[in-house]
Design a protein around this ligand. Structure first.
Ligand code: FMN
Length: 280
């Protein structure tokens, strides 16, 4: 089932994750062209956006050109006022959805008390959410982890409060911040978030193909999946791209002279087609 955010239909419910240094605009256009229901920008530091740093502005570009699709711009930050101001700026630049980063584990981000560090201070996180939601008419979404560590698994609580504050969709990476990328993503733990809210919940972490997408949806009860590293390097290395075409062949195919299609499978439950590619 597609995910609906206000008047925006995200179809299929298979999204490209924000990845700093990877999901720049050309990459997002490429993945949107293969049919991802949503592509998300690299995180944009709200402070850099407000001080008009050109690199931040470039990261916040979201025009997919002739490619059909929807692009969200992700904001990262610690203070409510610059987050709100940055939200207004990216909305003026044409963003259709604004995502708030509460999942980044990197020390240089959490050291500045943003990204996943906000999960340790939910009251402050809520002030930030309220500021962004109040600054724009666009749907505002949230991306977080299961919690900071095993002793602070508060994604469901945060999600409940975030929904009450106007957040339209939540993506949960099934790891804690202290895990960084170690071990396996715990998709079953995302079910607690699914149970806590009525807005769409998206499962993220270690989803790379039809089998893992299906397993993540079954374990979490989530409304869709978000793919990060599985899409990294595409198309010149190897990757997975996901598009909707229930019962139909893909409408847009990779360039004929680049015969990098290796396999195509249908994810029957969501009407999603997964296309695995590798450079010949
Ligand atoms: C190189 C890299 C950069 C990332 N940058 C961001 C980011 O800017 N914002 C964010 O919310 N998550 C970021 N992430 C986390 C991913 O969005 C995703 O949550 C994580 O990689 C787990 O999903 P996966 O197993 O499908 O890769 C990044 C991950 C990687 C590997």
């Amino acid at each position: 089932m597609p995910v609906q955010l206000a008047d925006i239909r995200l179809d299929p419910p298979v999204f490209l994750a924000p990845m700093a240094g990877i999901t720049d605009l050309p990459f997002r256009r490429l993945v949107a062209g293969f049919g991802a229901g949503l592509v998300v920008s690299e995180m944009v530091a709200s402070g850099e956006m407000v001080t008009a740093r050109p690199s931040a502005r470039a990261r916040a570009e979201s025009d997919l050109g002739l490619i059909e699709g929807c692009c969200a711009v992700q904001l990262a930050g610690r203070e409510a006022r610059p987050m709100a101001e940055a939200a207004r700026l990216v909305a003026d630049m044409g963003a259709r959805i604004i995502d708030i980063n509460m999942g980044c584990p990197a020390r240089k981000v959490t050291g500045g008390l943003s990204g996943s560090a906000l999960m340790r201070d939910p009251d402050h996180a809520l002030r930030l959410i309220e500021a962004v939601v109040g600054a724009t008419d666009l749907p505002v979404t949230l991306k977080c982890r299961l919690g900071w560590d095993e002793d602070c698994l508060n994604a469901a609580d945060l999600a409940r409060r975030a929904e009450a504050a106007g957040i339209a969709m939540i993506t949960v990476h099934g790891r804690t911040r202290q895990q960084f990328y170690a071990g396996r993503a715990d998709w079953a733990a995302i079910a607690a978030v699914r149970d806590a809210v009525t807005i769409p919940v998206i499962a993220n972490g270690d989803i790379t193909d039809v089998a893992s997408a299906r397993a993540a949806l079954a374990a979490s009860g989530a409304d869709g999946v978000m793919v990060g590293r599985g899409a990294r390097g595409a198309p010149w290395a190897s990757s997975v791209n996901i598009r909707a075409a229930p019962g139909k062949p893909p409408a847009r195919t990779p360039p004929a002279r680049r015969t990098f299609w290796m396999a195509q499978e249908r994810l029957a439950s969501t009407g999603v087609v997964v296309v695995s590619m590798s450079w010949p």
